[in-house]
Ligand binder design. Structure first.
Ligand SMILES: [Zn+2]
Length: 849
């Protein structure tokens, strides 16, 4: 062991040794309890950022701790490797997507390995590899067999100049194409959907089972699913046989309906339009068709709409009401039509005021200040008025009564609706898993037979960024029909990359299986994931889709679990010091700023200084490679774990990184000194100091274990390690066997946090096994009990000293010891004790006169 701590000299050595010993391999023949520790796998952008580092270090500490606790641990890693950036690189730089992706993977794998993560690399998966996407395609066919995959027309972003479909990310805030700058249009294409709505109710209900998930994530999922209980009502159209169906959560306001609004794309729109209105309706439809859903539904925008001239009948009142069309009503959502109740809906109120539509109050405030003319929508419950025989009812009760009435009359019924819509999975792109379907003019849509999987992505593709998907422009599309043998065409859409990540955790338990998607026995053995760690940005879609896939594969007989992730930790962001000129709005490179007096290097204006999520555009990033080169992985790990609780944002602070490096140096010297003067001299009866030290050691074991098992408060666990290290440095009984126990325990407790230095120090003690194969220390209850406790003596609330008393002394005895103490005698001398306040085990306060 060198006298100075030099991470560069030990970290690579230990990483190599662990790999040779197979310490990170997943035990397959073991009757130990299982623990599946999983980080959300990264997109292989090519370089690791601090957010990645934080995510994987957190999972690694948990994995290492669980191994030492006697679990067989699965801790794998892979790559979410399909997606747009690879295709953009191909267009911009002419590098084939596969080549670009695999180069990035190789680079990032190396960066990950330098962190000393205990990952079982033999189970690595890459979603862009044919041996993975073969099974993605197979799973798609399972959905198809279950009736959960279907095609229908849906809008895409269409670039009229490049004649190509754009992803949402390729459309800027002004609705223009990233490449051509053209105003993007909406175009209807036949696309594939997965029927996630069939599972809406279960996806909502099972959130209750997820006791190990953050409440806010469950709430976000519940809101996304958006269950509402309301009514479906039908409004007859004047002069036509058809009716307009609407869904409402407020059937209690139906007597206040003064107009109906259709989505411009609604099939009835043109039919209800009168000849006088025809030209303006057509112009409006055309205008709206160029807008994105986001633009149309933005709350801060004026609501635009025009009358069709057509009329409907409110079936409750028998009155005729006008039919309008407006941009904020979407055909894909609900029935594509809404009833307008301006008196009791904020958006309707605004629309009615702008368009001079009548406002009819039908819910009165219970506080009797209600006026027939209102200044804003009244959206709270109240008493029903102006509603025929429902008048006088509480509006909350009236909902049910009105639905029953509508059912009896045959113009409506109760309905549960979800905000969740079916999942559009078609992408008109190259770098994704091809949808394994063939279109035949005789047979229609024919699934690719299982034995013909994978449908491989063709290589040697020319990327222009123009025209149809590259796949559609290649001879690859031409195949013979698997059923009738006549010439047919492949489906050219690829799958949304969220599909690839909806099942990857099921593949790790059996990652190399060439015959099956996975062996159910193996995957059921490891599932569910015991601890999942990843960013909050995946709180909705990725987690919801993974839960959906798990349930569908369970229903196909492949899985036993209802839910994929037992416990979820969403780690906070990593933020860097950010300098911004508030006048120009420009971010300034930290290298150009004097932190003591931050000024704009050009204008001299004072700068704003704050912490913000690290990003290239803000010049506030810290490159993990630089930190590793300077301090090593152990210091980087310790800093990340110590600086903030894992779920909170972490502010990068160079001084605190240095602080952790110094701490590891102190531990290094502590163990070095111990090794030099090592003589074990122990008396038969332990001294008071030895007893105290032993209590400190076992308290550290207890607290660090609790921090690693409970709420993952790694920051307080690191503090406990520091306390133990300080206590060992301060004691005099350095020749005692208790001291040796303390040194060994400190190293063992440090092992999950700073794995390299821990193993180096462990071996320096003369051990030949890795510290990572040791059992996690257990706190001995007897060692935790104190013989003596310290009481603070106060006179008139002022602390005057402390005394040691037997730990088992009760309140009265504590007072007695305090009265007799030398401190109390000195201060009370000659005065009368008027009152004694005892806080048991803590302090005794004398009130004297
Ligand atoms: Zn055919």
């Amino acid at each position: 062991m060198e006298s100075r701590y030099n991470p560069a000299a030990i970290e690579e050595k230990w990483q190599k040794t662990w790999a040779e010993l197979g310490l990170d391999q997943t035990p397959t023949n073991s009757d130990k309890p299982k623990f599946y520790a999983l980080s959300m796998f990264p997109y292989p952008s090519g370089s690791l950022h601090m957010g990645h580092v934080r995510n994987y270090v957190i999972t690694d500490v948990i994995a290492r701790f669980k191994r030492m606790q006697g679990y067989r641990v699965l801790h794998p890693m892979g790559w979410d490797a399909f997606g747009l950036p690879a295709e953009n690189a191909a267009i911009d730089r002419g590098i084939p997507p596969a080549k670009w992706t695999y180069q990035n993977i190789a680079q990032m794998r190396q960066q990950l390995q330098r962190l000393g993560l205990s990952i079982d690399w033999s189970r690595e998966v890459a979603t862009c590899s044919p041996d993975y996407y073969k099974w993605t395609q197979w799973i798609f066919l399972q959905f198809l067999k279950a009736g959960l995959a279907y095609q229908k027309e849906a809008a895409v972003n269409w670039d009229p100049i490049d004649q190509t479909v754009l992803a949402n990310e390729q459309v800027d805030n002004e609705g223009r194409s990233w490449r051509s700058g053209a105003k993007v249009e909406r175009k209807l294409l036949r696309q594939w959907f997965l029927k996630i709505t069939d599972y809406a109710e279960e996806l909502l209900n099972d959130l209750d089972q997820l006791t190990g998930w953050p409440e806010r994530v469950k709430l976000m999922q519940a809101n996304w699913i958006g269950k509402s209980v309301g009514a479906y009502l039908e409004f007859p159209i004047v002069g036509m046989a058809e009716k307009i169906g609407v869904y409402t959560t407020r059937p209690d306001t139906v007597y206040g309906v003064t107009y109906i609004v259709l989505a411009p794309e609604h099939p009835l729109t043109r039919r209800v339009t009168t000849s006088e209105q025809q030209a303006s309706v057509e112009a409006f439809i055309k205008e709206v068709s160029g807008q994105s859903e986001l633009e149309r539904t933005a709350e801060d925008k004026p609501k635009r709409g025009i009358p069709t001239g057509g009329k409907a009948i409110n079936p409750f009142t028998g009155e005729e009401i006008p039919i309008w069309i407006a941009d904020y009503v979407l055909y894909e959502y609900g029935t594509g039509a809404v009833m307008g109740v301006p008196a009791h809906d904020t958006r309707d109120f605004q629309f009615a005021q702008e368009k001079q539509l009548p406002i009819q109050v039908v819910i009165a405030r219970t506080d009797a200040t209600n006026q027939p003319i209102i200044q804003e929508a009244y959206t709270e419950p109240g008493i029903v008025i102006n509603s025929a025989h429902f008048n006088g009812m509480a509006s909350t009760d009236a909902k049910q009564a009105l639905i029953q009435y509508a059912e009896k009359q045959g113009f409506g019924k109760a309905r549960i609706q979800y905000r969740l819509r079916d999942w559009l999975i078609s992408r008109q792109r190259y770098w994704g898993a091809p949808i394994p379907v063939i279109h035949c003019s005789n047979c229609g849509m024919v699934p690719v037979p299982d034995e013909a999987l994978p449908v491989r992505l063709p290589e040697d593709v020319a990327f222009t960024g123009r025209g149809l998907s590259p796949l559609a422009q290649m001879d690859w599309v031409n195949v013979s029909c698997p059923t009738c043998g006549t010439p047919a065409k492949r489906e050219t859409d690829t799958m949304d990359t969220f599909i690839d990540s909806s099942w990857y955790f099921l593949r790790y338990p059996d990652a190399k299986n060439e015959q099956q998607v996975f062996d159910s026995a193996k995957t059921n053995d490891w599932m569910p994931v015991d601890q999942y760690v990843g960013g909050i940005e995946h709180a909705i879609l990725h987690l919801l889709y993974s839960r959906f896939f798990t349930k569908v594969l369970r229903d196909r007989g492949l899985l036993k679990t209802d839910e994929p992730f037992q416990r979820l930790l969403t780690q906070g962001m990593v933020q860097g010091t950010t300098y911004k000129n508030p006048v120009t709005g420009k971010y300034i490179l930290p290298a150009l700023v004097n932190p003591a007096q931050p000024q704009d290097p050009v204008t001299g204006e004072p700068l704003e200084v704050f912490y913000e999520k690290m990003s290239k555009s803000k010049y506030n990033g810290v490159d993990p490679q630089e930190v590793l080169a300077k301090y090593g992985a152990d210091t980087a790990r310790m800093f990340i774990l110590f600086k903030a609780p894992p779920e909170k944002d972490l502010e990068w602070d160079a001084a605190d990184v240095e602080g952790q490096f110094r701490f590891l140096n102190r531990v290094w010297r502590l163990v070095g000194d111990f090794n030099e003067q090592r003589v074990s001299v122990g008396g038969q009866t332990p001294t008071g100091e030895e007893k105290n030290l032993r209590r400190t050691i076992h308290t550290a074991i207890k607290l660090v274990t609790e921090d690693l098992e409970g709420e993952y408060q790694f920051n307080t666990a690191v503090s406990e390690l520091m306390k133990l290290s300080n206590a060992l440095a301060d004691v005099k009984c350095k020749e005692s066997p208790v001291y040796a126990e303390g040194i060994e325990t400190l190293i063992q407790l440090m092992a999950p946090f700073a794995p390299h230095v821990a193993d180096e120090l462990w071996h320096s003690l003369g051990n030949s096994n890795s510290v990572h194969t040791q059992s996690w220390p257990k706190a001995e209850p007897a060692a935790l009990v104190a013989d003596e406790i310290t009481l603070v003596i106060q006179i008139m609330g002022k602390t005057r000293g402390t005394i040691q008393v037997p730990a088992q002394a009760d309140k009265q005895q504590q007072e007695q010891y305090a009265r007799e103490s030398e401190v109390a005698q000195r201060y009370i001398q000659g005065k009368e004790i008027k009152k004694v306040i005892v806080v048991s085990g803590k302090l005794v306060n004398f009130v004297v006169g």
